[in-house]
Structures are given as structure tokens and as C-alpha cells.
Design a protein around this ligand. Structure first.
Ligand SMILES: [Zn+2]
Length: 339
């Protein structure tokens, strides 16, 4: 195989890989309650919001936000109703309403309890999605095994299955730890950085990820080191008191969370919202925009955001200012919680 053929094969494989993930997102119908250890599930499994619906309504226009759909190797911007966006079938009716009532109430104040619940739901949602991803890869590999051909493809997916399984193992560990705190009402095991901005948000997100670098581009942990569980942080960009707030939350025992959060404060203040937008687009697919703001962007800016939304392996560039500024929500202040 010459270099050119290898490149074409690699591109084909990547496109197929990400299409599998996109298919999965569309068909993620597995209904389960991830709070099921509590053993008192009631009601049916509902389409539970990861970004509180009361929050989505703040940036919605006529009940819709702009979100992104990945298909055939490209990203398209789509209007999504706030009832449908950011929902996963991973909590029963009873647990969704009983556990998350404190973050659905109108006043988001980022107290210990709300921060614990935001982190719990972000990690739980990632764990639920990752488990679907692993199942999807397994069935894909079976398909290639049955066909007894396309060995290169099968090997490619086997490698990604291994990465997915390790990721799932780490997320299950993180989730079981935060679940214990939620179950026992202990809200003192998470730490957080809350940044307040003057303007309303034009983007919202809630998600968890394992940062490999901080915003000073110093390495934090190795994504490819399977022997050590990866540590997660969650990021929420939401609205409180008519202002944007970013909450970066991590387990208090984490050895990287504080460094990761602090490194954002080392950046020029006017770049902080751009860096948060960039990171959210790169690492949290559960990210949506105010439709009017999206419409005001130039074609080239929309193109950059869509490129960031393309699924891609984590790299240091995702944490760096790239020379393209987006919205400046105007930093006003920040504080740390429980550090
Ligand atoms: Zn339940």
C-alpha cells in the first residue's frame, strides 16, 4: 500500500468511525435509570435534560436553539426545540424530578448542592453515552467478523473499542463516587470555579470531559495511559441573574481540577468567553447557541465553529486561543468554591 492509499483508507475509516458515533447519537434509545442503585425507580424512563430546560428557555427564540448535527463527515447547524435538545433516556421520572429539583428551580446560585448535581448529571450523561458507544462498536466489529474481510477496518474498530471500554471504566468510577455523595446528601466533595460575566450567554453547555492539557498548555494527564483512571471535570455555561456564568467543577480529591480551572484565569480576561466557546465546541457535543447570535456570525466564523464541533481526538490546540475571537460576555468576577 503506498502512502496515498494509506491516507485514503485512514480518511475512510475516520469518516466511518464518526458516522457510527453520529448514528448512535440519533438512535440512543436504550432506556435505563442510571440512578437505579437507589432501587426505588418509579414511572417510565423519560427524556431527561442535561442542560436544565429552565436554562435553555433563556437563550431560546420561539422555543428553539441552534445545535449541531454530524453527518457524512461534516457538521450542520440545525434548529432544535428546547423540549428535544440535550435529552437522554437515562433517568426514570421519579429520580429525574426528585434528584434534580434543586437545579431546575429558577434561581441558579451555584451553591454546593447545585454544583454537585450539575457535575453528577454531566458525568452520568457521558457515562450513558459512552456505554452506548461501546455497544455500537461491539456490534460493528461483529459485522466485520461475520464478513471475514476488511481486516484493517475490524482492527481499527477493535482499537477504538478498547479505548471506549477504558473510557467507560473511568466514567463508571467517577460516577459511582459522585453518586454516593448525591445519595447521602454530602455536597462537600466537589470543588469549583465560578466565573461571572456581565452579559447574557449566547451559548449554553453542560458536559464532562478529561482534560489532557490546561489553558497554559501544560499537560495534565495522558489520555493514552490506560493504567491510570482519567480524571474528569465538568463545565456548565448557564445563566443566572440575567448574566452568563461558567462553572468548572471537579472532585475535591482531583489532582488536576484546580490547576485546570486556575489556568483559565491566567488568560487575558477578554479571551475567556472565546476559550470557553472553543472548548465547549471541541469537547462537549451537548452545546447549543442562541439562534440570533449564530445568524449574526460571518460565514467564516460559522465555518470555524462547525470545524471545532467535528469530532476529533483531544489535542493541545483545543485549549489555546487561535486568533479568532468570538463573543466576549465581559468578565466581571470569579470565585472558588470549596478548594
Ligand atoms: Zn430511577
Amino acid at each position: 500500500m503506498d502512502t496515498n492509499e494509506a491516507e485514503v483508507l485512514h480518511k475512510d475509516l475516520l469518516a466511518e468511525y464518526w458516522d457510527r458515533i453520529a448514528d448512535l447519537e440519533r438512535s440512543l434509545k436504550k432506556k435505563t435509570c442510571i440512578a437505579a442503585d437507589r432501587r426505588d425507580c418509579k414511572g417510565k424512563i423519560i427524556a431527561a435534560h442535561t442542560i436544565p430546560r429552565s436554562q435553555l428557555s433563556h437563550i431560546a427564540i420561539d422555543g428553539h436553539v441552534t445545535a449541531f448535527l454530524f453527518k457524512d463527515g461534516r457538521t450542520d447547524a440545525k434548529d432544535r426545540g428546547v423540549r428535544d435538545f440535550s435529552v437522554l433516556n437515562c433517568f426514570c421520572q421519579h429520580h429525574d424530578s426528585s434528584i434534580f429539583a434543586p437545579v431546575e428551580r429558577p434561581a441558579l446560585v451555584f451553591d454546593d448542592q447545585q454544583l454537585t448535581l450539575l457535575h453528577y448529571r454531566a458525568v452520568g450523561a457521558e457515562m450513558y453515552k459512552k456505554s452506548g458507544q461501546v455497544e455500537s462498536f461491539r456490534s460493528h466489529i461483529q459485522h466485520y467478523t461475520r464478513k471475514q474481510k476488511d481486516v484493517a477496518k475490524r482492527t481499527f474498530f477493535e482499537n477504538h473499542l478498547r479505548i471506549g471500554e477504558v473510557g467507560l471504566r473511568d466514567l463508571e468510577l467517577s460516577f459511582s463516587q459522585i453518586s454516593k455523595d448525591v445519595d447521602s446528601g454530602n455536597h462537600s466533595n466537589v470543588s469549583a470555579l465560578i466565573i461571572e460575566f456581565e452579559n447574557r450567554p449566547t451559548m449554553m453547555t453542560v458536559g464532562a470531559f478529561s482534560p489532557a492539557w490546561d489553558f497554559n498548555l501544560k499537560p495534565l494527564q495522558s489520555i493514552s495511559d490506560f493504567s491510570t483512571p482519567l480524571q474528569d471535570v465538568s463545565l456548565s455555561v448557564l445563566q443566572s441573574n440575567s448574566r452568563s456564568h461558567a462553572a468548572i467543577v471537579w472532585p475535591k480529591s482531583s489532582t488536576i481540577g484546580h490547576q485546570f480551572a486556575s489556568s483559565l484565569l491566567d488568560q487575558p480576561r477578554e479571551r475567556i468567553s472565546t476559550l470557553l466557546i472553543k472548548l465547549s465546541f471541541n469537547l462537549i457535543e451537548n452545546t447549543c447557541l442562541n439562534k440570533n447570535w449564530w445568524a449574526t456570525l460571518k460565514g467564516a466564523q460559522q465555518h470555524v465553529l462547525k470545524m471545532w464541533m467535528l469530532p476529533e481526538d483531544q489535542n493541545a490546540g483545543m485549549y489555546a486561543f487561535s486568533g479568532v475571537s468570538f463573543d466576549d460576555w465581559v468578565y466581571t468576577n470569579h470565585h472558588f468554591v470549596n478548594v
